[in-house]
Design a protein around this ligand. Structure first.
Ligand SMILES: Cc1cc2nc3c(=O)[nH]c(=O)nc-3n(C[C@H](O)[C@H](O)[C@H](O)COP(=O)(O)O)c2cc1C
Length: 349
């Protein structure tokens, strides 16, 4: 008897196993860990697992339609790469490989201000595919202004100001593992986004958001909103999108899951501003659930890092394609067929 050749990694979980095995133990702890008791980390997943879908027979069967328009860009599926720092600590090709993998899959990549590769090299690797840039702000506005001008000149299409990290969380797992950046890995923009001598970013206030919206030529998103009142303020200030996120459960433990927060925010905001979600997305069905609860697009964080660590650009591309394909299947199987038609009706209530 001869069986078929065993398939390679099929799911994001398969890539997670490969990625974690490929990493140094301290880097693995840095990526996998959440804050403190990791309750929110568990809830990010549980919220998706608890949420059930329904299937309906459609009136018509138009072709599947998955494209999304957000922040002035149209792209093939409502999935983007959330910003994660330090890619050269996980693979020698670092952010260049991430950009190549994301571009090959047609996925916008939000580059972290903790990139370990200069942005011009990332831009070259992306070869015209959409890039966003994640910002922290130094108190010294001159430094922030310089960085914003530089990344805009390089063609990033949106700025994502992270507002949920006034200091770092209790990253116990990473502390226990003694995570440190390898000596040959540098972060070219850390000096722009924190003040001299500070180990972590500065607290961000609404004044800073207002300043950045005025100063920027591209849309500004606020990343790390959980409370509907904050989403309302961001909408009133003219932000391009609100990124509902608990920072992958790495900051304040016991805040709600990203999906629960999205539901609240969307109910209050009623379509006034586009919303994205990140935190715990591992399956195409998770993407559909987030869209049903009001997201225009969803970000994936750790899964791209697992792909990168295991197989560089090919791994990043493979992870993106798995989530995309699963999402297409979910959209077809649910009977909805068109991204623009996804609503709460797709949920079993
Ligand atoms: C290793 C790692 C590094 C991260 N670095 C950043 C960062 O530099 N800036 C930022 O705004 N968010 C950062 N995040 C948070 C992600 O953008 C995102 O919110 C989170 O990873 C989404 O959850 P997921 O990993 O479950 O998909 C990081 C997350 C991880 C796992």
């Amino acid at each position: 008897m001869s069986g078929g050749a065993p398939a390679g990694p099929v799911t994001v979980a398969d890539w997670e196993a490969l990625g974690r095995a490929a990493m140094r133990p301290d880097a693995e702890a840095y990526v996998a860990g959440g804050a403190a008791d990791e309750l929110t980390l568990r809830w990010n997943r549980e919220a998706f697992d608890r949420c059930r879908l329904t299937v309906r027979v459609p009136d018509e069967t138009p072709p599947l339609e998955t494209a999304v328009h957000l922040l002035g860009t149209t792209w093939p599926t409502p999935i983007f790469l959330a910003p994660t720092a330090y890619h050269r600590a996980f693979h020698p090709d670092g952010e260049r490989a991430t950009a190549r993998g994301a571009a090959a899959a047609g996925v916008p990549y939000c580059v972290s201000s903790g990139t370990t590769t200069p942005l011009d090299d990332v831009v070259t690797a992306a070869a015209g595919a959409p890039l966003w840039f994640q910002l922290y702000l130094a108190k010294d506005r001159g430094k922030s202004r310089e960085l914003v001008a530089m990344v805009q000149d390089l063609g990033v299409r949106a700025l994502c100001l992270t507002v949920d990290t006034p200091s770092t969380g209790a990253r116990d797992r990473e502390t226990r593992a003694g995570f440190a950046l390898p000596a040959d890995v540098a972060t070219p923009y850390w000096a722009h986004v924190r003040d001299d001598g500070d180990a972590s970013p500065n607290p961000v206030s609404w004044r800073d958001v207002e300043w950045l919206v005025q100063a920027a030529r591209v849309p500004v998103c606020v990343k790390g909103v959980l409370d509907p009142r904050d989403a309302e303020r961001a909408a009133a200030m003219g932000c391009g999108a609100v990124m509902v996120s608990n920072h992958g459960a790495r900051n304040l433990d016991t805040v709600p899951s990203a999906l629960e927060a999205l539901d609240r925010v969307a109910q209050r905001l009623g379509g006034r501003i586009p919303l994205t979600l990140d935190g715990g997305v591992r399956r195409g069905t998770d993407v559909l659930k987030a869209l049903a609860l009001g997201a225009t697009a969803v970000g994936i964080g750790r899964p791209a890092v697992w792909g990168l660590a295991a197989a560089g650009a090919d791994g990043v591309e493979a992870v993106c394609r798995i989530v995309q394909r699963e999402f297409e299947m979910a959209l077809a199987l649910s009977g909805v067929r068109r991204v623009s038609a996804v609503s709460r009706d797709v949920l079993w209530s």
